[in-house]
Design a protein around this ligand. Structure first.
Ligand code: ZN
Length: 230
């Protein structure tokens, strides 16, 4: 009852359809959420992620495990929500996606003893522009859910890359190459690398390569969504 009264005093509306939200529904209502397109199983998501990332790695390197929760379509409700998360500062949403992803990860049989969670970093200049790193918020949620340490300092972005949006497929592939550098302490560890959306896989591949060069023993990947070619 008390919760209902509070809700009347502070009405929250769905980010997408603007209907009043029920307690626990933030940031969007269950019926809008039902329009997100989740993968049926972690294995199906991993299979597609492997195929996407494979295009960017030589044969000598494969990532350990990979997780994605949703299939990402252009102009979908999920895109609107992720966009709001990135540009409207809804960082609680990032954490909530992260916790959900963490549950999805631990629902599977084997996480391969992940030791730490590392978000794909934004260049410091971009962080000022946008004031926070959405991948870091997702990583926070995952770390909380898996009860593993968040180690954002293990990977830095040393070069400012232009936004991937609007670049040609070829330019997208080249853009993040060599942009990252891993800290010494990454050596010998199993790292879970986290991003919001995997589109071509170029960013993940560049970040993972830096971790590998830094001596990471195993690298697994997690993203809220994986872009589906349409
Ligand atoms: Zn709604």
């Amino acid at each position: 009852m008390r919760e209902q009264q509070l809700h009347l005093l502070f009405p929250h509306v769905c980010l997408l359809c603007r209907k009043l939200l029920l307690p626990g529904e933030e940031p969007c209502c269950n019926s809008c959420r039902a329009d997100f397109d989740p993968f049926n199983t972690p294995a199906a998501a991993e299979e597609l992620l492997r195929r996407t990332i494979a295009a960017h790695f030589g044969e000598q390197f494969l990532f350990e495990r990979g997780w994605c929760r949703y299939q990402f379509h252009k102009k979908s409700p999920l895109q609107q929500v992720l966009h709001a998360m990135k540009y409207e500062g809804l960082f609680n949403l990032g954490r909530s996606f992260g916790r959900q992803l963490g549950e999805w990860i631990s629902s599977g049989a084997d996480t391969g003893n992940i030791e730490c969670i590392v978000p794909v970093p934004l260049h410091p200049l971009k962080k000022i522009e946008r004031s926070y790193n959405q991948s870091e918020k997702i990583a926070e949620g995952i770390a909380q859910s898996l009860q593993k340490p968040l180690r954002r300092e293990l990977l830095i972005r040393k070069r400012y890359t232009v936004s991937q949006t609007g670049l040609s497929a070829e330019a997208r592939k080249k853009n993040p190459e060599g942009a990252f550098q891993a800290a010494k302490d990454v050596a010998g560890r199993h790292v879970l690398l986290v991003d919001d959306v995997v589109t071509t896989g170029a960013t993940m591949a560049a970040a993972a390569s830096a971790l590998r060069e830094g001596g990471a023993q195993r690298i697994s990947l997690a993203a809220v969504a994986l872009a589906i070619k349409e």
